[in-house]
Design a protein around this ligand. Structure first.
Ligand code: HC1
Length: 576
């Protein structure tokens, strides 16, 4: 225990507590910019400077541990002046065209400038970065806005284990860039967008496809169909002022209809189809000596990760396309046929919590009879911008349903958006099929939660215990993959891997929450709760094989799961 004074008040905290943490416990807010709890604690931006009585230099509160007897001042004239000068310096080198920046009003730098009271930039700095890299299908990197906080560098390396961003140069020539100044498109970037949602400013953004969606909607020759990923409904409301953890499903469907889409469908329908296909594939591998453990294939960031870093393990991947692409492929085949629409006159738009989905849709193998499964993929944030641009009063909208058939889904599908959800959905179906009954205890809580790597053994039948592993985020994935290639997971049957920490609820396309809020709220858990609530309280069916529209689809069109037609439309291959 350490006893010290902060702004004249006595305080006792555990040893190792930083001044920043201690201040917070005492309801004192110290400004931060480069700080990302547990990820980037480097004291680089000098916004959190505090005075320690008797010490000559000011100290960075985010890295300075309290010591017995010290007296900390967080609001002295010296502190206020230093913070202001440091912020002016950062601003002097920053592209300040805030009115045309997508991060305006959700920019940590802009907020600080207001809070700290910067009213003038007394010096115009030499502008260091000028490059705008927009070659990636998913991510745009704008050096004119980068403030060198290195949050993206830390997330990419330490959380995602990808490490394609680094610091180069010193002083005014200092930059954050991929190696050798290359484009993000030309390095081992997995397109996950974790850099975007952890950037305090607009230096990293998604590549916008909003105009392409408007153009499609305005084109009278096109049937424009939208599908929404499970996790979008867990966070869209945040863009319209609702608290984190608010369910958006009904107002989202209503808004999409008012934007002018011809049909409002749900990716969740295809998530149910995925369970039919992937569950059957797993049973096949178990019965026929196929490659085990089988690994899920729905997260495109994860797919790029394995193709880039563990190509030797590709035979472990399920051959299932992701639900996004299954939905697109079914719309361009079954839906087009039954509605007499030429698939060439259809535009399938997906709304995803993900930036890697923009990369996934343009993979050449993801088509059905030459028609690209999905034409345009936008993020949750881009959808919010469209709703705002259309001046739809989102918060006033009634709750509406998705359109019939492809809008029908189950609780098993909606939990796909949280880490462990695909596994739980699969187990619900496997257990019913193998026991030939409608099992009532279906909350497999052992696979839920935000722990990095989860391991569980599920007694699916009295004779079959299925051993499963679940991981999310590149570093945790890497832990599992190292074990896999070392032969240490030989007794495991099924692995769920998701590219983003927490799964899709915390995907790189989701609403951006400030580092300050993330100190207090685990957004992964709060958004996941929305999905588990929808599963247990709002949906009639909670198992994929009970989805009446999915049953009908197999009866009237696909035939058997994993059958010839299903394979042609719903499965894929990977590249080394
Ligand atoms: Fe996901 Fe999936 S759950 S990958 O996390 O399998 O993005 O939400 O749409 O495709 O269904 C994302 C979410 C999403 C797919 C499904």
């Amino acid at each position: 225990e350490i006893t010290f004074k902060i702004n004249g008040q006595d305080m006792t905290v555990p040893e190792g507590t930083t001044i920043l943490e201690a201040a917070k416990l005492n309801n004192i807010d110290i400004p931060t910019l480069c700080y990302l709890k547990g990820i980037n604690e480097i004291g680089a931006c000098r916004m959190c400077l505090v005075e320690i009585k008797g010490a000559r230099a000011l100290q960075a509160a985010c890295v300075y541990p309290v010591a017995n007897g010290i007296e900390v001042l967080t609001n002295s004239p010296k502190v206020r002046k230093a913070r202001k000068v440091n912020l002016e310096l950062i601003l002097s080198n920053h592209n300040r065209e805030c009115t045309i920046c997508v991060r305006s009003e959700n920019c940590e730098l802009q907020a600080l400038a207001k809070e700290i009271g910067v009213s003038d930039i007394p010096f115009e700095g030499e502008k260091s970065g000028t490059l705008i890299d927009n070659k990636s299908t998913s991510i745009v990197r704008d050096e004119t806005k980068c403030i060198l906080c290195k949050r993206c560098v830390a997330v990419c390396a330490n959380v995602q284990n990808v490490a394609v961003l680094g610091s180069v140069g010193r002083g005014f020539t200092s930059q954050v860039q991929p190696v050798f100044g290359k484009s993000l498109a030309d390095v081992g970037c997995i397109n996950c967008g974790q850099c975007i949602i952890n950037c305090p400013v607009g230096a990293l953004t998604e590549k916008s496809d909003v105009q392409r969606v408007w153009d499609a909607i305005e084109d009278p020759t096109k049937t424009v169909i939208v599908q929404t990923a499970p996790a979008v409904r867990s966070a869209l409301g945040e863009e319209f002022g609702y608290p984190i953890g608010t369910r958006a499903t009904g107002q989202m469907a209503a808004a999409l209809r008012r934007l002018g889409f011809d049909k409002v469908f749900d990716t969740d329908f295809a998530a149910d189809v995925t369970i039919m296909e992937e569950g059957t594939e797993l049973l096949g591998r178990l019965n026929n000596g196929g490659v085990l453990p089988m690994i899920t294939s729905c997260s495109p960031g994860w797919i790029k990760y394995i193709e880039t870093y563990y190509p030797e393990a590709l035979p472990h991947l399920s051959s299932c396309k992701s639900p996004q692409n299954m939905a697109g492929a079914l719309l361009k085949s079954h839906y087009a046929e039954t509605n007499n629409i030429d698939p060439k006159d259809m535009v399938v738009v997906s709304v995803m919590p993900c930036t890697a989905k923009k990369y996934e849709i343009q993979r050449p193998e993801l088509n059905v009879d030459g028609n690209q499964d999905v034409d345009i993929s936008i993020t949750t944030r881009e959808l919010a911008r469209m709703i705002k641009e259309a001046r739809i009063m989102y918060t006033q909208l009634p709750d509406e349903d998705f359109d019939a058939y492809y809008g029908e889904s189950t609780g098993a599908a909606v939990i796909f958006g949280a880490t462990g959800g695909v596994m739980e959905a699969a187990v619900r179906t496997l257990a019913d099929i193998l026991n030939n009954k409608d099992i009532q205890e279906i909350d497999y809580v052992g696979v839920r939660g935000v722990e990095g790597v989860k391991t569980a053994t599920v007694d699916v039948t009295p004779d079959l215990a299925v051993k499963v592993v679940i991981a999310h985020g590149g570093s945790n994935i890497n832990t599992v993959m190292k074990q896999l290639v070392a032969g240490e997971l030989a007794d495991t049957h099924f692995i769920e891997l998701m590219g983003c920490p927490g799964g899709c609820v915390n995907g790189g396309g989701q609403p951006i929450v400030s580092a300050k809020t993330k100190m207090d709220v685990d957004i992964r858990a709060e958004r996941a709760k929305v999905l588990y609530d929808e599963d247990s309280k709002h949906l009639k069916y909670r198992k994929s094989h009970q989805n009446p529209s999915v049953i009908k689809l197999y009866e009237e069109y696909l035939g058997e799961p994993n059958g010839h037609k299903a394979h042609h439309i719903l499965h894929t291959t990977y590249s080394q």
